[in-house]
Write a protein that binds this ligand. Structure first.
Ligand SMILES: Cc1cc2nc3c(=O)[nH]c(=O)nc-3n(C[C@H](O)[C@H](O)[C@H](O)COP(=O)(O)O)c2cc1C
Length: 299
């Protein structure tokens, strides 16, 4: 596919209502795509076809002089004067969010799931592509099927990594470090398998919901877009009394097993970029955890 075609999106450019415009130029300054330029002291839409639909021009306009078809510029409750929360509250929210690996069997109501997914919509995406797609599994049978397929994938991978030929093949396709990591992980996998045989779900931890985020493989922002979206979802889930655990094992399996990807109906030209289990925690964390200081080179 040509690059130009890949970038094409259905975006309605902004329109300037001249008699409302006060000529403050703020819309021109915030536009990342050179859509607007000043002429005769008013902004003019010069390159509408370059608009990425970010809505910044309409959001910044103090006189509601920018309209954009299909976009509703809601009034900010504090008119953009103050952030919605304090640094102290945000700090605690970030620090108290924990991976949850123990869930109650309670299903998550659909409207709660929708509220959680809604939080994902407001994360940043490269060129405002908003390209995050989700697969949401809520049926215990479907989750069990996915669990079995993922475990089967890893059983095959580890049995391959054990033999010299398989090791060589894997180090050629995935790199030496990956094979070393697989070898080091083998004992852990054996313990996990024993726990699974005893009925413990060491992959999804019996989460009643599994969410998978996927996006176009060609887009270098896809991984960031999906991860930020699911992180936003995880924060919203936390404030609603739910917990999540990101799942790198599932991401890897989906991207390396055509069978799993197809079963999830993820298009062939998409990549799974992030995934998590979700549910009501069956535990509490009465303490916060310590973390390393940032690794920074100040220059
Ligand atoms: C990209 C990513 C992949 C992860 N994959 C798994 C996983 O497959 N299984 C798991 O139990 N936890 C997984 N986790 C959770 C991490 O182990 C966890 O975030 C980390 O230990 C820090 O704990 P916290 O989330 O409570 O801060 C993953 C986290 C991230 C960010």
């Amino acid at each position: 596919m040509e690059e130009g075609k890949l970038m094409k999106r259905e975006v309605n450019p902004p329109r300037v209502i001249e008699n409302k415009c006060i000529g403050c130029e703020q819309c021109v300054a915030v536009c990342p795509s050179f859509v607007l330029e000043m002429a005769d002291e008013k902004p003019k839409v010069l390159r509408g076809e370059w608009c990425i639909g970010c809505g910044h021009c309409g959001a910044v306009c103090p006189s509601e002089a920018i309209l954009q078809t299909g976009m509703n510029f809601e009034i900010h409750p504090r008119k953009g004067e103050a952030p919605a929360t304090s640094p102290e509250v945000l700090d605690l929210l970030i620090r108290e969010r924990r991976s949850v690996r123990n869930y109650t069997a309670d299903p998550v109501p659909e409207q709660i799931l929708k509220k959680i997914l809604d939080a994902g919509r407001y994360g940043p995406t490269g060129t405002n592509s908003q390209n995050v797609h989700y697969v949401v599994l809520t049926s215990p049978d479907q989750i069990e099927k996915l669990r079995k397929m993922t475990i089967r994938f890893y059983e095959k991978l580890f049995s391959r990594a054990r033999g010299w030929f398989g090791s060589l093949f894997l180090s050629l396709v995935a790199g030496k470090k990956t094979v070393e990591y697989l070898h080091e992980s083998l004992p852990k996998m054996m313990v996990a398998r024993k726990a699974m045989n005893r009925g413990q779900d060491r992959l999804f931890y019996h989460a009643p919901v599994v969410i998978i985020a996927h996006a176009e493989s060609w887009d270098t922002s896809s991984s960031f877009n999906c991860s930020v979206a699911l992180y936003n979802c995880s924060l919203m889930a936390h404030t609603l009394g739910l917990g999540c655990c990101f799942n790198g094992f599932l991401v890897n399996a989906v991207n390396h097993s055509r069978k799993i990807k197809r079963w999830l109906s993820i298009p062939a030209d998409h990549r799974c970029c992030s995934a998590m289990g979700l549910g009501y925690p069956n535990m509490k964390y009465p303490r916060l955890v310590p973390r390393h200081l940032p690794k920074v080179k100040w220059r």
